[in-house]
Design a protein around this ligand. Sequence first.
Ligand SMILES: *Cc1c(COP(=O)(O)O)cnc(C)c1O
Length: 381
Amino acid sequence: MNRLMNTYPEPAVTFVRGEGSYLWDEEGRRYLDFLSGIAVTSLGHAHPEVADAICGAARSLLHTSNLFGTLPQREVAATLDRLVGGGGRVFFANSGAEANECAIKLARKWAGHGRYVVVSAYGSFHGRTLATLHATGQPAKHEAFQPLPEGFRHVAWADVEALERALSPEVAAVLLEPVQGEGGVWPAPPGYLEAVRRLCDERGVLLMVDEVQTGLGRTGRWFGFQHHGVRPDVVSMAKALGNGVPIGACWAREEVASAFVPGDHATTFGGQPLAASAARATLAVMEREEVPARAESRGRYLAGRLAGLARVGQVRGQGLLLGAELEGVDARQVAKDCLAAGLVLNAVTPTTLRLAPSLLVSEEEVDEAVGALAAVLGEER
Ligand SMILES: *Cc1c(COP(=O)(O)O)cnc(C)c1O
């Protein structure tokens, strides 16, 4: 019997191997992966340089605890600071939820004086720990786990006036995704983040962006906020950072980061040499291959091909984080049928397919994926 807790539906497929944009199951069947472990394997599966980095760490130094310095961790922090825009510091965690936990604790420590509330948006997703679950603006996910930690408030997505009304004196920070990923692939509309930044400045509130899904090239820039000409105070990231090795990071500008002093926050594993070596190699390949530019051009191509399908209505998103709104068909059934046809993607809502292929995906692979989706939708291509 399956001894796993019943938190995920019974899997339809068991994968045993991956390479680039492809996966293979137990029977040796090949699948084209247009989900990338939910925007994690941005360089594709089994990338040789990341694999070498993992092996190298395994053969030299896997772990020391954060009581001691290690080189990969310091280098990754410097690279992330540069990519975010400079002038900050990084705390390493093991996941997106942990990166956001760090952001929330940092905001409370920085603000003080009874200011502790974090305002986030309905439809958002920030993680599954008790605090990040409360930050997640999906009340249905909260129900069974009440009472959740205090200090969270939700406002309508992309509604500046609603946010303004929510900014009472207890508010320490606003936490937003530049593109709501789990909520259905909804990019922040033009002008929204700029207006939020202005409000935050007026009220002395931190602007924290959750780049766990959007960060590291996925949207066509290094970070999603960089489409909007704003500078956030705090940036959380995770998913793609280790190309599959678990690692999260919370960046904050210097003055905010300096609210933490030794003893305020810690983790056994966060940023240890194995994870940081994988991240260092991932970032090196990402920079060399200029993945933001690739995501931009391949994303444009993929969006155009999807828009050409009769059953696809709106195509939303940025770069290679796309949502395809289906008309007259159940997205969940379409995702199942795609899997059976050898194409991996997921239904992020009952009507929306999410596509997040490797940022190194080729045009031929895009054509292959769109062809498979067209066949599932009963359209000849
Ligand atoms: C996936 C995700 C998280 C949670 O990350 P975990 O590693 O699963 O804890 C948080 N925020 C966003 C925007 C995400 O997409």
